[in-house]
Structure formats: structure tokens, C-alpha cells
Design a protein around this ligand. Structure first.
Ligand code: SAM
Length: 347
């Protein structure tokens, strides 16, 4: 099994049986070797710097009804909010003053008539902070909206495909959502010149190892610049709220597999991972992740962006806890890299 890791490092590819064997492997020595190799490859490309992105959660209003998500439209227990332009700009200013040079604007899927507001907002941020990267995570929109957002100054777009298996995808989403449209959006984003991120929740209900292998193989051929993976975490007001939490170890194993496949990829050690394990962030970095996304949203709305139960948004997970993050990274020999952290070239 150790040879599989070495082949993956050398060739950046395994066949589907190889990926499945690595995912299923219960030999601690092999898993440790996988993480070590991934970390070594990450260090060769990025050194000891970990990129930070300031996350602004624009709104918990959502037109979609994903069965796993706490801000799905059917969840009547959610007190909805939509930040004003002024509030978003204040968050960015606070982030800029702290040193952030990438802003990630994330949101539930806003009504279609909010597209002009989003475009103006991106334009305003671009004009004020021209040295910063703007990443969007706003879900599915028509091609022309993605084009207008790009034209206004957005650089990157995160859109997890969630599952590349159509049957699995359909069990996680309402009938009006389709894998086909999700994948079409990803193609448009790439065609429009965005740096694109995609990914999955690890351990979502009904997900099998074969499904994860399908996801790996999709990501392998799609060649995204960013790969976003976090464990599924139940949210008690959703239809999937009684399913078990995904595995932190499997999530980290996937960070390592993707680091070996894509040495230059931007791979966040996600909030969901840090929510289910207090050591999650550092575990993720030691497995090959190289990005963290502290929260810049106004503190009074953070609890309302409750995608899942217990979502971390304080201490080192918050922009104002940056000193704590520095200390935490130092304990594993890493430091914050305040650069824009653009994707470093060929995957
Ligand atoms: N609406 C946009 C979209 O769909 O891409 C962005 C916001 S959406 C809430 C961001 C991500 O949160 C989703 O892609 C999903 O993977 C993740 N998410 C939602 N509910 C979750 C849960 N219960 N556990 C873990 N991650 C979750």
C-alpha cells in the first residue's frame, strides 16, 4: 500500500481501484506516509506559508432547498438577513486593515433580481481594493450573471459539485435542482476565465467510497484551481439532521490525495473540519491543506449563517482572532502568508 502513495506522488494519478484502496486503507503507517508525502509536496510548492481569505457571509436568504443545509428555504426557524452594501464594505475594510488580500463573498442563493446588486457590490470592492482578489461563492446563476460578475472584477468562484453521482446528488437535493446544471455552471465559470473551485461534503448521507472515487475522478479531469472539502455535519432542523457526522480522518485523507494529484491547488482546511474536531484546522494543514478562511462577517449575524450545528465562527475561526491563528500555525511550524495567493500555475 505504501507504493500506492509513492505512485500517486510520482504520477499524480491512480486508477479507480488505487483511489478506493487508499480511501479504505486502515493501516496507520500507510495513512501517515500519505499525509507526510502530501505535506512535503505542499511545502515544496508553497513553503511554510498558509494563505488566509476573509470570508463575508452576505446573506442567509436562499431560494434553494438542499436537504442537508441549515439555511435551506424550507427552514422556517432561520431568522433571515441580507447585509447592506455599506455593511459588506465595512467588513472588507476591517479585513483589509487586518492584512487580508482576498475577500470571499459567500451567500445562500439570492433571488434572481439581486444579480444587479451583486454585480455593483463586486464592482465597488474592486474599485476600492484593487490589490485584492475577490472570490465568490454564490451558487448557481445564468451564464450572463457569471460574466457580469467577472466583468465587474471577480477573480475566483467556488461551487462544490457536492456529488458526481446523479443518483446520490438527487437524494441530497430537491427535484428542481440537477447535477447537470451544477456541472454546466462549473464549465461556464471556467470558460469565463475564473479560477474555479469545486468539491464535496465528506460523509454526506448515502455517500459510498465508490461515490468518492467518482468525485476524485471528476475533479481529476476538471482540474479546478481550488478544491473545497469538508465533513458533512448534521443540522437538526433539516431532513438529514439525524444522519451521522462525516469523518475528519477521511476528510484529511482526501486533502492528501488531492495535494498529491494537484501540487499547486488551493485546498482550504475548512471550518466544518474545525467544527467537528478542535484540532481540525492543524490536522488539515498537516495533511496538505494550505488555505484558511477566517470569518469577517458582522458578529451579530454569524450565528444565523448556521449551515450545520455548532458551526465555528469565533476564536481562530474569526478574523479578529488572527493572533490566535498565528499562534496555532506556529505550533506546527507554519505561518500566515498575507499574499493574494493566486493559483500557482498548472495543476
Ligand atoms: N449557495 C452557495 C452554494 O451552494 O455553493 C454557497 C453557500 S453553500 C451553504 C456552501 C457550502 O456549504 C455547500 O457547497 C455545502 O457543501 C456546504 N454545506 C451546506 N450544508 C452543510 C452541512 N450540513 N454540512 C457540511 N457542509 C454543508
Amino acid at each position: 500500500m505504501r507504493e500506492l502513495v509513492d505512485i500517486l506522488r510520482a504520477e499524480r494519478h491512480l486508477d479507480s481501484g488505487g483511489y478506493k484502496a487508499l480511501l479504505a486503507c486502515d493501516d496507520k503507517g500507510v495513512v501517515a506516509h500519505l499525509h507526510e508525502q502530501a505535506r512535503e509536496v505542499g511545502d515544496e510548492v508553497f513553503g511554510k506559508g498558509i494563505f488566509v481569505r476573509g470570508l463575508v457571509e452576505l446573506a442567509n436568504v436562499c431560494r434553494n432547498d438542499c436537504l442537508y443545509c441549515g439555511i435551506r428555504k424550507s427552514n422556517t426557524a432561520v431568522e433571515r438577513y441580507l447585509l447592506t452594501t455599506h455593511q459588506v464594505l465595512q467588513c472588507c475594510q476591517q479585513g483589509y486593515d487586518l492584512g487580508f488580500r482576498t475577500f470571499v463573498l459567500q451567500s445562500g442563493e439570492l433571488p434572481r433580481d439581486k444579480a444587479p446588486w451583486l454585480v455593483d457590490l463586486v464592482g465597488e470592492i474592486r474599485q476600492r481594493w484593487n490589490d485584492c482578489a475577490i472570490t465568490l461563492s454564490l451558487g448557481e446563476w445564468p451564464r450572463e450573471v457569471y460574466a457580469a460578475l467577472k466583468q465587474a472584477g471577480a477573480d475566483r468562484y467556488l461551487l462544490r459539485h457536492e456529488s458526481h453521482n446523479a443518483e446520490h446528488y438527487s437524494r441530497l437535493h430537491p427535484a428542481e435542482m440537477s447535477l447537470k446544471n451544477r456541472l454546466q455552471c462549473l464549465v461556464w465559470l471556467k470558460e469565463l476565465g475564473y479560477q474555479v473551485g469545486t468539491g464535496i461534503m465528506v460523509g454526506s448521507p448515502w455517500q459510498s467510497l465508490d461515490n468518492i472515487v467518482e468525485d476524485i475522478e471528476f475533479i481529476e479531469q476538471f482540474e479546478p484551481e481550488m478544491i473545497g472539502l469538508g465533513p458533512f455535519v448534521p443540522q437538526h432542523e433539516t431532513p438529514l439532521g439525524h444522519y451521522p457526522t462525516g469523518s475528519a480522518h477521511l476528510t484529511c485523507r482526501l486533502y492528501s490525495i488531492f495535494r498529491l494529484m494537484f501540487p499547486h491547488a488551493l485546498i482550504p482546511s475548512t471550518t466544518a473540519l474545525n467544527t467537528i474536531d478542535p484540532q481540525g484546522r492543524t490536522m488539515g494543514i498537516m495533511a496538505g491543506a494550505n488555505v484558511v478562511m477566517p470569518n469577517l462577517s458582522p458578529s451579530d449575524v454569524r450565528a444565523r449563517y448556521a449551515l450545520y450545528d455548532g458551526k465555528a465562527s469565533t476564536n481562530a475561526e474569526a478574523a479578529e482572532g488572527i493572533a490566535q491563528l498565528e499562534t496555532q500555525l506556529a505550533t506546527i511550524g507554519y505561518h500566515i502568508d498575507w499574499g493574494r495567493g493566486d493559483h500557482g500555475g498548472k495543476c
